[in-house]
Design a protein around this ligand. Sequence first.
Ligand SMILES: Nc1nc2c(ncn2[C@@H]2O[C@H](COP(=O)(O)OP(=O)(O)OP(=O)(O)O)[C@@H](O)[C@H]2O)c(=O)[nH]1
Ligand SMILES: [Mg+2]
Ligand SMILES: [Zn+2]
Length: 327
Amino acid sequence: MNETYRAVQVHRDRYLVRNGTEEYYCVLTGGLRYRDEYPVVGDYVEITVNPYGDSLIRSIRPRRSAFYRPDRRGHADSFVKTMQVQPLIANIDYVFIITSLNYNFSVNRIARYAAMAAAGGATPVAVLTKADLCPDIETAEKEVASLNRDLEVISISSYTGYGLERLKTFFRPGVTIALLGSSGAGKSTLVNTLAGKEVMRTGGIREEDSKGRHTTTHRELIELDGVSFIDTPGLRELGMIDAEEGIDSTFSDIAELISRCAFSDCTHGNEPGCAVRQALENGSLSPERWKLFSRLEKENSWSKIRKNEKMMNTAMERRKLKRSEQK
Ligand SMILES: Nc1nc2c(ncn2[C@@H]2O[C@H](COP(=O)(O)OP(=O)(O)OP(=O)(O)O)[C@@H](O)[C@H]2O)c(=O)[nH]1
Ligand SMILES: [Mg+2]
Ligand SMILES: [Zn+2]
């Protein structure tokens, strides 16, 4: 019996897959492991059901979108030079970037994750949580909305239900929504509120600094009325190092300048209306600072990741071809 299932939980070397009516714990075939192909939450997989024990995942369907993180692990084979991104979740339509209005509100962080979501083929939506604790929602919303005119911004409160109606416009059957954001931002609470019961454990936040406690420790797909939600751990668990957030807040003034360039895709070269060049000329931005920012930006460039991803895919295809020729 061979059927398509969806990976809803990934454990060390076991996978929980579901097809609406049935679910099975699976392991991978030797072939998949040999080819370094590992399913992530959201992947569609072909399985062979074993009624007596773990079933077998035989193949992974091509991903129509994914959220990637930079891969900092070394890889054992010759592949190492091109493998620089790693998919975390697959086949997602929307990435809800969950950010608490209460604390640690970083517009730049939202911008970065929005770029990553878009680079992976999903539509980012900025979801600002804990509206019940925020005296000035409007200012925060405006700030985020100014990032990009295509970025939708929705403030919500899982406690009072504020904004949930607007959020529900995304909930069409068959849609997959990933919830990403810092620990303590209220991702799991939102899932529970939408489910009307506790499906994910939630945790308090530290009194001193409002930081989360990293309550969710794995990625999990929860289906509610035909809509698939993927709850995830705080971003640090996703391998987003704090240093990157540091870079962001350190350069918020430059990010602000860039947002004022006349063209949204300004390269800060010869374009008219470039706010960066203007600031360099009138001395309000030092050339050293701009240089440093540009260098760090380049290292983190998502267009580069996109390119790497293409290189990675090409490399994988080639490897496959080679292997089949050798057979
Ligand atoms: N005031 C208020 N508190 C909220 C709201 N949503 C969540 N919280 C609280 O925020 C804390 C963290 O919520 P979680 O849902 O566990 O946060 P999370 O984003 O899943 O965090 P991790 O699993 O650690 O990544 C809990 O104490 C929640 O009760 C809200 O709308 N308003
Ligand atoms: Mg959680
Ligand atoms: Zn510019």
